[in-house]
Write a protein that binds this ligand. Structure first.
Ligand SMILES: Nc1nc2c(c(=O)[nH]1)N[C@H]1C(S)=C(S)[C@@H](COP(=O)(O)O)O[C@H]1N2
Ligand SMILES: [Mo]
Length: 435
């Protein structure tokens, strides 16, 4: 018996999160070891969830020289916006958790295919004691957390600058579907930074994705050390109990709950911890609020984005077609500051507002098997589903919705313009034709 296989016989006790997950799924110790030696940790995760291995872990066909397809998932249920962007249809989402087949994708280039066996995460920079290199197994061996969080692109609802305010903003013209709500599993980013010996001087944590195609070498986004060291910020390797799909960053992505989508770097390969405030394209010209209302900060042309804002949308096609009569209308609302406390809707452009029912934060039957794996307080970053009954009369209508979070933040009547169209959160007048 080789040293390597001897070592793997002892693994379960040290496997922490993954072995725990296997136990919860009723995978025997023997089967766990078999899976581990045959297909590595990805095979164990796949067995735990009863789902096939992600294509990212399968060998490439030899003749596969054609240009890589931009996505690994079926684009059919989405609105294709061109480039690497798949907009979700909220009306497909029948429960609290967004199935990954309906989860939006935002790629600055294409979905990268990474072999987890060769992949390493490196942590370096002048504000760590020493350079650290971790394998996929090393990451899976760290203590894990599982919680629900929404993930939203800062450009979600960008089309509304044009459609609602009459001033078009540059960028992908998302309507309301650049958002989803997932069950995420991962290690705390803090644990990895501490293992590298992060120092008191640390100021910026630069996350670098392995995808090229963006103007800089890899997709780069700077995170302030406070957010990187927040115990809720994850290095995530599973979505909805499955191995993280390739389109969402297999093998590892950052998860920065409440923060703009761009902070959640996919196909993460390098972390640079710096004692200086770092500036890159993605916190100076992109993912930055630029406009009269946003005085420049540091080397940025405006205000670099941090958190998302309180927001809501109806789960209806755009425009929606309904038959005259009573309808149950529903939608989703979210805030980076915790739960939604109040929802209102208006069919007269906000002249009068009506109360809406907030649904209990509860996992739908499709994902009930994940309930046991949830950490304490696992719904704190979840979106909320809301609903109301609308008696539709024939004609052209609009319905607006307005969310207020538990901290008292309400969607504003009007927001100032910014050149790249980020963080639109005025109530959206959703067009509905009734016949
Ligand atoms: N490496 C890498 N990470 C990335 C991106 C990217 O293009 N490359 N896009 C970012 C943006 S702008 C968003 S909104 C989210 C989208 O995550 P999703 O595609 O999993 O929904 O990923 C972020 N992480
Ligand atoms: Mo984004």
């Amino acid at each position: 018996m080789t040293a390597r296989s001897k070592k793997s016989r002892k693994i379960p006790e040290e496997r922490g999160g993954l072995w725990q997950l296997a136990l919860e799924r009723g995978v025997s110790r023997r089967r766990f070891l078999q899976l581990l030696s045959a297909g590595g940790t990805a095979a164990v995760l796949a067995a735990c969830t009863g789902l096939p291995l992600p294509t990212g872990t399968l060998p490439l066909a030899d003749e596969n020289t054609a240009e890589a397809p931009p996505f690994s998932k079926d684009p059919a249920p989405f609105i294709e916006l061109g480039g690497g962007n798949l907009e979700a249809r909220l009306e497909n989402m029948q429960g609290l958790i967004t199935p990954s087949r309906y989860f939006f994708v935002r790629n600055n280039s294409v979905s990268l295919e990474v072999d987890a066996a060769d992949w390493r995460l490196t942590v370096e920079g002048d504000a760590v004691a020493s350079r650290l290199e971790l394998s996929y197994d090393d990451i899976l061996n760290l203590p894990s957390q599982t919680y629900i969080s929404y993930l939203e692109c800062s450009g979600n609802q960008r089309a509304m600058f044009d459609l609602v305010k009459g001033q078009a903003a540059k960028g992908t013209q998302w309507k309301t579907g650049a958002v989803g709500n997932g069950v995420w599993t991962g290690a705390a980013m803090r644990d990895v930074l501490e293992r590298a010996g992060i120092t008191e001087e640390a100021a910026s944590v630069l996350l670098i994705g392995l995808d090229t195609g963006s103007p800089e070498e890899g997709f780069r986004r700077v995170m302030p050390v406070e957010k990187a060291m927040d115990s809720d910020t994850l290095l995530a390797y599973a979505l909805n109990g499955e191995v993280l799909p390739r389109d969402h960053g297999f093998p590892l992505r950052a998860l920065a709950p409440g923060w703009v989508g761009a902070a959640n770097v996919k196909w993460l390969g390098r972390i640079v911890v710096s004692s200086k405030q770092l500036w890159t394209r993605n916190n100076t010209t992109s993912y930055t609020l630029i406009g009269d209302a946003y005085p420049p900060v540091g080397e940025a042309l405006g205000q670099p984005l941090t958190t998302q804002t309180v927001k809501s949308a109806l789960a209806l096609p755009w425009p929606a077609d309904l038959a005259a009569g009573e309808h149950s209308i529903y939608g989703f609302a979210h805030s980076p500051n915790g739960p939604i406390a109040k929802m209102e809707w208006s069919s007269d452009f906000g002249a009068t507002w009506n109360g809406s029912t907030l649904e209990e934060l509860q996992i739908q039957p499709e994902f009930e098997h994940l309930a046991a794996a949830l950490s304490d307080n696992a719904f704190r970053y979840s979106w909320t589903r809301f609903g109301f009954t609308w008696d539709a009369g024939p004609g052209e209508h609009t319905i607006m919705t307005r969310a207020t979070d538990a901290a008292g933040n309400r969607q504003p009547d009007e927001i100032p313009f910014n050149e790249k169209g980020y963080l639109f959160n005025q109530p959206v007048p959703h067009p509905i034709r009734v016949t």
